[in-house]
Design a protein around this ligand. Structure first.
Ligand code: NOJ
Length: 550
């Protein structure tokens, strides 16, 4: 049995981590926004689920220009979400229940409301206060053109002009000015932040946009227009490590520095990189002397296809072996369409266009989506390494694709001139009860409207209900604790086309049917199925996964 006890330094290697999006989890004070007391009050949901840790998306003071990833103070709690005392109480309760706590660190940019940026605005061009950010004069006769053609990930130019004529860089929203990591004060301040939360008992960190901190800011700054792509796409058009701002080699020195801080604690603090870079480069962030893990987004983006998944799984395990990291798996998070909807969209669907159609073109069969999502989850939880779950997936929640335009909050919506709806559809507050003004999320209405169908997905509707998605997750996590040994798997050599079939240690086996036809199961006791099996448990229907004992 894997040892995930509190002092085991390797607890993270095969942990299951549950992502909490604080504003959408549970609202204790009734202002419509989720809060820390809401989370504390619902932690037993996580311990009953059987996860090892929770990762909290940002809860820091923020004007929510980008859902909290615009941080105005890295060492405090947003007053709408609670206080530092509430945070301490939440950590204490999590630890009492045997849950680790991971927090999000957003080092690439601050909020424009951060005191540093406000000071930089006041201090004017050429001031040391501006050196913490990336301020430059513009091009053109009067400096009226941005310094480069760099594009914001959210759409439009990555530069904004301030009143005195200087421009500043923002790879995301204009409210998120990029920091200059060449500045020693910036580095020192983040060390302080890492210690601040570690001292408060936080067990690990998720590092936002980990691949963007180092930038080539030598003059003249380089345009990227000739790469034939902008935004993150441009990363794939240059030799590794040479893009002006994505995934530069120098970024690793920052994480080697942080590792010394993590290792000064017992057990060492863990970290996971959010770095949307190709596999071999991603592995560099996960090296043992850096962050230790990096999200495997190729897995999240993979098609529901046996050959594609087998290749990805094999590659990820091989890559993890080269760095000493453990493999990671993730199917949903607060930035992507929930996998209960995504996995049944026809391959090649333009996801932005689908959201713009309100989820109607093409229409999604919700029941088929949940069936496939359950199969995908049971596959993921059978893999060696650690899995990241996103709140609500244990309920089988679909994407809320038909949110009215008037309620959209994601900056992507405005920044793309209303051509991309953005990520609000996966951030709709959770349903806890089958009735009530926000289905138990809080005493009043929630900050984003919940579809009426959420009532049927509520925790109350599923807890104790045989065959529910929630009970499937609980059963899978219970079994997983008993069954996981080692970090390897062995593929069955004779699996028919469209079938994934592998064995883990102790002879237990996972079989997934990604084909269109039912398939006979190999011999063995069925421990768990993601859906009903046929012919007395001997036949695996399409879009179904089974775990077998020896
Ligand atoms: C990645 C986060 O997951 C996303 O929500 C955010 O918008 C960007 N980083 C910018 O911080």
């Amino acid at each position: 049995m894997t040892d995930i006890s509190s002092r085991n330094p390797d607890w993270w290697r095969q942990a299951v981590i549950y992502q909490v999006y604080p504003r959408s989890f549970a609202d204790a004070d009734g202002d419509g926004l989720g809060d820390l007391k809401g989370i504390t009050g619902r932690l037993t949901h996580l311990s009953a689920l059987g996860v090892d840790a929770l990762w909290l998306s940002p809860f820091y003071p923020s004007e929510l220009a980008d859902g909290g990833y615009d941080v105005a103070d890295y060492r405090d709690v947003d007053s709408r979400l609670g206080t530092l005392d509430d945070f301490d109480a939440m950590v204490a309760e999590a630890h009492r229940l045997g849950l680790k706590v991971i927090v999000d660190i957003v080092p690439n940019h601050t909020s424009h409301q951060h005191p540093w940026f406000q000071e930089a605005l006041r201090a004017g061009p050429g001031s040391p206060a501006r050196d913490r950010y990336v301020f430059r004069p513009g091009r053109g006769a009067h400096g009226e053109l941005p310094p480069t053609d760099w594009q914001s990930v959210f759409g439009g130019s990555a530069w904004r002009r301030v009143a005195d004529g200087d421009w500043y860089l923002h790879l995301f929203a204009p409210e998120q000015p990029d920091l200059d990591w060449g500045d020693e004060e910036v580095r020192a301040d983040f060390r302080r932040t890492l210690r601040f939360w570690s001292d408060r008992g936080v067990d690990g960190f998720r590092i936002d946009v980990a691949h963007a901190l180092a930038k080539d800011l030598t003059e003249p700054l380089r345009d990227i227009g000739d790469l034939g792509a902008t935004g993150e796409e441009s990363l794939h058009r240059v030799p590794p490590g040479s893009h002006p701002y994505w995934d530069r080699d120098e970024v690793h020195e920052i994480y080697r520095d942080w590792r010394k801080i993590f290792d000064a604690y017992t057990p060492p603090r863990t970290a996971v990189a959010e770095a949307w870079v190709p596999g071999a480069r991603r592995a560099l962030y996960a090296r043992a002397d850096e962050l230790g893990q990096a999200f495997n987004f190729e897995y999240l983006e993979a098609r529901w296809d046996a050959d594609a998944l087998r290749r990805l799984i094999t590659d990820e395990l091989a890559t993890a072996r080269t760095t000493g990291a453990s493999a990671t798996w993730v199917l949903s998070n607060h930035d992507v369409i929930r996998h209960a909807s995504r996995l049944v969209l026809p391959p090649g669907t333009d996801l932005d266009a689908w959201l713009l159609s309100g989820g109607r073109a093409p229409a999604v069969d919700e029941a088929a989506g949940v069936r496939r999502a359950r199969a995908a989850t049971l596959l993921m939880l059978a893999l060696p390494g650690s899995s990241y779950l996103y709140q609500g997936e244990e309920l089988g929640l679909p994407e809320a694709a038909d949110l009215p335009e008037a309620v959209l909050q994601d900056p992507v919506w405005e920044q793309t001139g209303h051509t991309r709806k953005g990520r609000d559809g996966c951030r709709v507050p959770l349903p806890w009860t089958v009735s009530g003004p926000s289905y138990g999320f809080g005493p009043g209405a929630a900050w984003l409207p919940q579809p009426a169908s959420f009532a049927g997905y509520a925790v109350e509707a599923q807890a104790g209900t045989a065959g529910s998605t929630l009970e499937l997750y609980r059963a899978a996590l219970r079994l997983r604790r008993k069954l996981l040994e080692g970090e390897t798997l062995t593929w069955a050599p004779d699996a028919p086309p469209g079938i994934l079939d592998f064995a883990r240690a102790e002879g237990w086996r996972c079989v997934v049917n990604l084909s269109d036809d039912p398939v006979r199961l190999p011999p063995g006791e069925v421990l768990l199925g993601s859906g009903p099996l046929a012919e007395n448990g001997t036949v695996l229907p399409p879009d179904t996964t089974a775990w077998l004992g020896s």
